[in-house]
Design a protein around this ligand. Sequence first.
Ligand code: NAD
Length: 358
Amino acid sequence: MKYNIALVPGDGIGPEIVGAAVEALKITGEKFGHEFECTTYLAGGAALDKYGVPLPQETVDGCLASDSVLLGAVGGPKWDSVPNNMRPEKALLGLRKALGLYTNLRPAAIQPALAGACVLRPDIAAKGFDLMIVRELTGGIYFGERGRNETGDAAYDTEAYSVMEIERVARRAFETARKRKGHLTSVDKANVLETSRLWRETVHRLGETEYPDVRLDDMYVDNAAMQIVRDPSFFDVLVTSNMFGDILSDEASQVTGSIGLLASASLGDSSRGMYEPIHGSAPDIAGKDLANPIATILSAAMMLRYSFDLAEEADYIEKAVADVLEEGWRTADIKAPGQEDWLRGSEMKDKILGKLKG
Ligand code: NAD
């Protein structure tokens, strides 16, 4: 089968890490009999330099015509002084909007070989964890009505959710739980917020009528924040609103110990998604062959799993990464203190490609 992938490498380390992920995809495609046809488009600072806008129409059209999008990262100090509406980061919001993406999936798992890098107490880290935060992306308080009073000494922001907005992200979360361990935790603040009460009612109605096979429980957001550091192994999939998800997904990613390892997906109604590492364009290490390609390679694996339904192929890539880490290979960002034999970004890529070639 042939899949068309739009590549948006972006800025800084973006082209290095996206290039590594493309090589991993090609080898996996050859192994399993698929063709991954990749077309590159500009966005962010690179597009500003060439076209004077952070998100050219050609990029939007190319992404809309693709089966899925793989993005590196955008931004950097070179474009810090451009006007707000021209900032490279605007390309991300523009792409999400154009592609109708309203759900964000952020896995946070501890790689067994890297338990030492986890910031949690060793007995908690030793139990391991593998959780997925499903965050609503286009509603809630970040997009609600806001303002100040006439004198400017009071302000308000509004949290608003409709049943339709809750249902569509909840469905995605139930489906995700089905592809994993079948356990979904809905996170809200239903003891205080009316939107949370609607959230809870809606998620439970869907659970009873459409997903009785998924084990559903609820947790207040303050308790969820505590449990992520006390007992993250409790969780499989969490589903929550835009703001709660923003905060919890950053918390969860930090407890794993390295942002160079973490992938993400943004999804909408169609199978087309946008996949990207959670880290930025790392201008401090760009061009120095220090970028860890793992988060982007794992983002490509997520694309295979969630957009193309190629679970076996996704497992194959994830296992190659886990095996390389298990053997003790590390890039500079995840090396143990004092470890001398660490790998450059391209060397880490070659180790993973070597495993994929088998
Ligand atoms: P960053 O994630 O780019 O870097 C933070 C630190 O982590 C840096 O020390 C960097 O060297 C390191 N790091 C990041 N990715 C790494 C990797 N793959 N391997 C090894 N080390 C890695 O965050 P920042 O410095 O706050 O932001 C830099 C630029 O990226 C800014 O312009 C910011 O706006 C942009 N940014 C873009 C995105 C995105 O495109 N989704 C996300 C976050 C930040």
